[in-house]
Design a protein around this ligand. Structure first.
Ligand SMILES: [Zn+2]
Length: 367
């Protein structure tokens, strides 16, 4: 079966909806066409000219990049910057460019999931939950059809609350209606008042699944005029947001912990604050630039906060309260290539997926 760019985009956006990206970000298909056939894909953290040449060499039709090669709007493309040259060469060689970035950061199975497994951390919840991501559906279904509708809603992604699935609230009551001449009521007759025993089903769902949930409801509810209500919920979803809080499978002393990270993640250099003389068990982590997360990690009483792009004074400020660790921006995100490859391999067996072999880290270490 042929695979097109739109199929890849649809799959990725089902995992990491574009709506979840930060407002400054530039995600989705940024170069090329949704209707182009894809036979092979190159995944990269950064899209440099070298990576673009690699994709030409490997005969890739699509590049999936974590960091956007274009952040801000461009008024002209003349090749004066590497971003413009990448776009020019991509267009010349008929290569599409797709970006999945901050929308992947906020998803539970996103940017930090691979690292947490690598570091043997059992994640509990996100560190900074995203607000206003939950909606609630209430629907009224004839009693004999309640199970069918409920299951269809679960299958479409409703009813997941933290680590519980298939959550719903149900009660029976009586619904009434009277259709006019144009109606075809499922029970009763047109222009005749009717009362039917119905089950009221209430389920929560992530807001980006609204269309899928409504489709499942309309396809499985027997009434021609489906009775339903949708509400915005203020509760936060413990699985949607930035970073995570979790516990090491086995606690260790600070020296061993830093050595463990360095080895497991193959990091050349780690910056850290003074040791707090405590065994490390509770971990707070944000991949990429995450200095805004330190206060949240403190509130959660984490023993250590791991991130990148931390400032000099960050290492002073939290002395003896929490161990602050900067592992480097590139180093904290380099495993995202493997994560994206696993999504693609699971869903598209007929295409070749390569991780870029180019070392794109712009920060060099002299040691
Ligand atoms: Zn980044």
């Amino acid at each position: 079966m042929k695979v097109f760019v739109r199929d890849i985009a649809y799959m990725l956006e089902n995992i990491a909806p574009l709506e979840y990206a930060d407002s400054y970000d530039n995600v989705g298909l940024i170069v090329g066409s949704f209707y182009k056939e894809v036979r092979s894909i190159l995944i990269t953290l950064d899209l440099t000219e070298e990576v673009l040449y690699e994709s030409i060499k490997k005969k890739c039709d699509l590049i999936i990049s974590f960091h956007p090669v274009i952040f801000k709007s461009i008024k002209n493309i003349t090749g004066k910057t590497f971003s413009e040259r990448v776009v020019i060469h991509a267009l010349k060689n008929d290569i599409s460019i797709y970006v999945i970035h901050t929308n992947l950061d906020v998803i539970w199975e996103g940017s930090s999931s691979y690292i947490s497994k690598l570091l043997q951390i059992n994640r509990e919840k996100v560190l900074i939950p995203r607000k206003k991501t939950i909606k609630k559906l209430i629907t009224y279904v004839p009693v004999d059809y309640a199970e069918k509708v409920r299951n269809a809603l679960f299958d479409a992604g409703a009813g997941n609350v933290s680590d519980y699935s298939h959550c719903s609230y149900n009660f029976d009551g009586y619904g009434s209606y009277m259709g006019n001449k144009k109606t075809k009521p499922f029970f009763g007759k047109k222009e005749v008042f009717h009362i039917e025993k119905e089950t009221c089903i209430g389920v929560l769902f992530p807001d980006f699944k609204l269309d899928i949930i409504k489709k499942a409801l309309f396809q499985n509810h027997p009434y021609e005029e489906v009775a339903y209500e949708i509400y915005n919920i203020e509760n936060t979803n413990s699985h949607i947001g930035i970073g995570f809080i979790g516990n090491l499978v086995e606690n260790m002393n600070e020296y061993d912990f830093l050595f463990f990270i360095k080895k497991r993640m193959n990091i050349p250099c780690i910056r850290h604050s003074n040791f707090i003389e405590k065994r490390i068990q509770k971990i707070a982590m944000i991949t990429g630039s995450g200095r805004f997360g330190i206060e949240f990690a403190m509130k959660e009483k984490a023993d250590v906060f791991i991130s990148s792009d931390l400032k000099y004074h960050d290492f002073f400020k939290y002395e003896k309260k929490i161990l602050i660790v900067d592992i480097g921006h590139y180093e904290s995100e380099k495993f995202i290539k493997k994560l994206l490859k696993s999504f693609l391999d699971q869903n598209f067996t007929s295409i070749s997926v390569f991780e870029s072999e180019v070392y794109t880290n712009p920060v060099k270490y002299f040691y």
